[in-house]
Design a protein around this ligand. Sequence first.
Ligand SMILES: [Zn+2]
Length: 210
Amino acid sequence: MVNGFPPGDPSAVPTIEQLLRRYAEALTPWAEATAARMLADVNRRDEAAWMAQAQDMSRALRLEIRTAPTGATMQALMAEQVGLIKSIPLEAAERVHRLTIEGLEDSTRASEISKAIQASGDVAKSRADLIARTEVARTASTLTEARAMHVGSTHYIWHTSEDSDVRESHRRMDGKVVAWSDPPTIDKMTGHAGQFPNCRCWAEPIIPED
Ligand SMILES: [Zn+2]
């Protein structure tokens, strides 16, 4: 959409912004369907993982897991994900606006800025990839948290994916016991295992014995 206009032309900016804003709105049904599909898929896997672990749990505990009230959690995740998907074109609009203003203020950087504007598609793509990667892990972690707390779990063990891509700050959390009520602050962000951007860590809930 952005590339259909001469880069850096301030007169095109209002039209680009309007198009991208309308596009964000038009995306809503698709965003809802996509988020719902991902949520259902991750939810199925989380439930299956619980059931596999539940072999040696009591019948009562298994029933508790099955009837955990995850509906509200799913709805909140869905609303957040639709918001994130729609933010991609809105951020692109803001970016074009900002870059065009920069070009007006500093004409010596015009060609550099024009290139940056033309890269809007790539920027949006990498943002979309980041959202997709982050949201799958965050959904899994949030559903595990909801089910764990429902069966009386107060703590979990933080696990990393144990490969060379794990960032140092998360590696330091590996094996640590964390309270669900007290998510740690790491790199200036607060959250549980799997709830950080690009994070593949996961939580192993500690389940009460009886
Ligand atoms: Zn992590």
